[in-house]
Design a protein around this ligand. Structure first.
Ligand code: IDP
Length: 140
């Protein structure tokens, strides 16, 4: 299986409740390694650009305001099959539908305030990693 990299965001509801370490531990326990990490405050413009694919969805304005409401922690996770593995550890978008043991089951507050983001394909991982990190910040 291929070694992949994926973009993870620990979202405002989780940073606000000081859950960063507990969430990172779930990724590490699943065999993913944090290879880049920073805590940043997104503006609504940056959050809007990041989530541009959802522009037409009814929740877009709410999502953008929420993502800019508190600092987030953006990370690159690396490991075997990292994109799918990260999504598995995150759990379903809606915590009510998320499997036992997943981050969203354990920590998410709602379908919107759901604690984590993870890239959903190799193409989005490449775009999202480049969105937040420069080549110099990514040690091979
Ligand atoms: P994902 O994060 O599980 O990939 P997406 O469908 O790509 O889910 O949605 C992106 C993000 O938009 C979600 O993680 C969540 O924060 C927000 N979102 C999705 N659906 C809703 C909704 O029905 N109400 C409010 N926010 C939503």
């Amino acid at each position: 299986m291929a070694i992949e990299r994926t973009l993870s965001i620990i979202k405002p509801d989780a940073t606000k409740r000081n859950l960063t370490g507990k969430i990172v531990a779930k990724f590490e326990d699943a065999g993913l390694r944090v290879v880049a990490s920073k805590r940043i405050a997104l503006t609504t413009a940056t959050a809007g650009e990041f989530y541009a694919e959802h522009k037409e969805r009814g929740f877009y304005g709410e999502l953008v305001a929420y993502m800019a409401s508190e600092p987030v922690v953006v990370q690159v996770l690396e490991g075997e099959n990292a994109i799918a593995k990260n999504r598995e550890v995150m759990g379903a978008t809606d915590p009510a539908a998320a499997a036992e043991g997943t981050i969203r089951k354990e920590f998410a507050l709602s379908k919107g305030e759901n604690s984590v983001h993870g890239s959903d394909s190799p193409a989005s991982a490449a775009r999202e990693i480049a969105f937040f990190f420069s080549g110099l910040e990514l040690v091979g």
